[in-house]
Design a protein around this ligand. Structure first.
Ligand code: FE
Ligand code: CA
Length: 509
């Protein structure tokens, strides 16, 4: 297995040391007897027609990494065709290395396309929770339905993860997480009363790891991971608030070293394939997934390669900052722009889903929030031209970051009004946060009222999007929680929309 081999090469010296310790290559289980080593649950993701990544992390105590000894351990894994594990499809063992926080990434190969599997890990007597996952359909296959959940922004201190319980209950085929899986910063005055855990800001690898472990200790989040494979990208808070490529807004020295630590911790806790580049400072998470002939997912990273904020500020009046319109300013970077253009151009999929972080629809305001796509107007126009020129079928953008639901028709020329001569290049469904707070609804409604291309906006509920992609159409339901502070909260569909295949434009259902 290529991926496992790469890990072994990366950490050959450490493995040699472990071999000297354990004799048979790695030491056996060394977690304390009483401690359950799968306290963070399991996950799967990055599905291909014949392969999926299985994930776990050996950690005896989510809030105390020192409770797990710093030695390599050998973890067994099984993949079965049935929940009772009577028909095994694959099994093996993997090495959990201290250098990777005892995370385990198994790239299981040789699976059948388009079917569900169950998986688990074993260490000594301990057996992990059972996760359910699936492979992508075979190339060219046209599945009747793909149920996709879209989630983002789960600030621990702002509420429960009830949204994840509802995602698990919806039994999606796939979950797309579009950023702010953790929030890196320090003490917060608006603490969710039941769950104050830490007050430090994540700056080092150990601190980022501790934060992922804390977040992943939540049972509802674990349930959503156990329900389906995930595809993931990051936003700013996986590293630092509103950072742009190699700087944070505070201009902190040593930022690239901090970013490398944050990127490594992200990899360690996500069901991702390790790309060819193993320098974590430049970890590439740009990915593409085909779901048979039904959908192609273009998963973007709009943080690592973007230009710095225009006029070096977070908010500026358009007229006061001509730099905003500088065509040299990029959001995706030249390589990723070219990669996306190519992937759209050669796509044969019925739906082209652009999975990315930030609201793409123009908010039409003179006062520009420079961190969003409004702060990168030339890059956005280039993307819209690329979409139009590619002839890729039925583009749909999914987004997060703004902690609000929005449904928008993205039109080719942002500056021109809604009209027949200004064609729609994509539908955008932006999801609200799992927990993170937002602004009052009247301000959101005022933005909707001022922008005819924005059909709907809702900032007064936390939740997620549940989409159904079929050959004939795609629907998106905006699911809102009744009360984010209540882990047992119910949820309701606040609004639902559809796009018919072959006809651009969102309709409210
Ligand atoms: Fe956020
Ligand atoms: Ca964000």
């Amino acid at each position: 297995m290529k991926h496992q081999r790469r890990i072994l090469l990366l950490h050959a010296a450490q493995l040699a040391a472990a071999g000297a310790l354990g004799g048979a290559g790695v030491a056996c289980a060394r977690v304390p007897d009483a401690a359950y080593p799968f306290s963070l649950g399991v996950a799967s993701g990055s599905p291909l027609p014949d392969s999926v990544i299985l994930w776990t992390r050996i950690l005896a105590d989510p809030l105390n990494a020192a409770a797990t000894l710093p030695v390599a351990v050998s973890v067994r894994w099984e993949v079965a065709e049935d929940e009772a594990f009577r028909r095994l499809a694959a099994k093996g063992s993997a090495t959990a290395l201290p250098a990777l926080a005892h995370s385990v990434h198994v790239d299981v190969k040789g699976l059948q396309p388009g079917r569900w599997y169950w998986y688990r890990f074993m260490l000594g007597e301990a057996v992990s929770p059972v996760g359910r996952t699936r492979t992508a359909p075979a190339p060219g296959e046209m599945p009747a339905l793909l149920k996709l959940a879209v989630a983002s922004c789960q600030h621990w201190e702002f509420g429960s993860y009830a949204a994840h319980r509802h995602i698990a209950a919806a039994a999606p085929d796939l979950v797309a997480f579009v950023g702010d899986y953790i929030y890196e910063w320090g003490p917060y005055r608006l603490s969710h009363p039941l769950k104050p855990v830490r007050s430090d800001e994540s700056l080092t690898l150990a601190q980022y790891r501790a934060r992922y472990a804390q977040y992943k200790s939540d049972r509802d989040l674990q349930a959503a991971h156990q329900a389906a494979p995930w595809i993931v990208t990051w936003d700013d808070h996986e590293v630092a608030n509103d950072y742009t490529s190699d700087v944070d807004p505070r201009g902190s020295p040593g930022f690239l070293a901090r970013r490398a630590a944050a990127y490594q911790a992200f990899y360690e806790h996500m069901p991702l394939r390790l790309p060819a580049l193993t320098d974590y400072a430049k970890l590439s998470i740009t990915q593409r997934y085909d779901w048979g002939a039904l959908a192609r997912f273009h998963v973007l990273d709009d943080r690592q390669y973007r230009a710095h904020h225009a006029c070096n500020t977070s908010s500026v009046s358009r007229s006061a900052c001509p730099e905003l319109d500088d065509p040299a300013r990029t959001m995706l970077g030249g390589d990723q722009e070219a990669w996306l253009a190519q992937g759209l151009k050669n796509s044969k999929a019925r739906w082209n889903v652009i999975v990315q972080q930030t609201l793409m629809a123009s908010t039409g305001r003179d006062k520009v929030w420079t961190d969003g796509w409004d702060g990168y107007p030339a890059a956005r126009s280039r993307l819209f031209e690329t979409l139009a020129a590619s002839n890729a079928a039925n583009p749909v953008v999914v987004s997060g970051d703004v902690h609000s639901f929005f449904a928008s028709d993205l039109r080719r020329d942002v500056k021109r009004p809604v009209s027949r001569t200004n064609p729609i290049v994509a539908a955008e469904f932006c999801g609200t946060s799992v927990t993170s707070s937002s602004r009052p609804q009247p301000r959101t409604q005022a933005m909707v009222d001022a922008n005819p291309h924005i059909l709907y906006g809702r900032s007064d509920h936390r939740g997620f999007i549940l989409m159904a992609l079929t050959p004939a159409g795609t629907s998106a339901s905006f699911i809102g929680l009744d009360d984010v502070h209540n882990a047992a909260s119910g949820s309701a569909t606040l609004a639902a929309f559809k796009v018919d295949a072959g006809r651009a434009g969102i309709e409210k259902l």
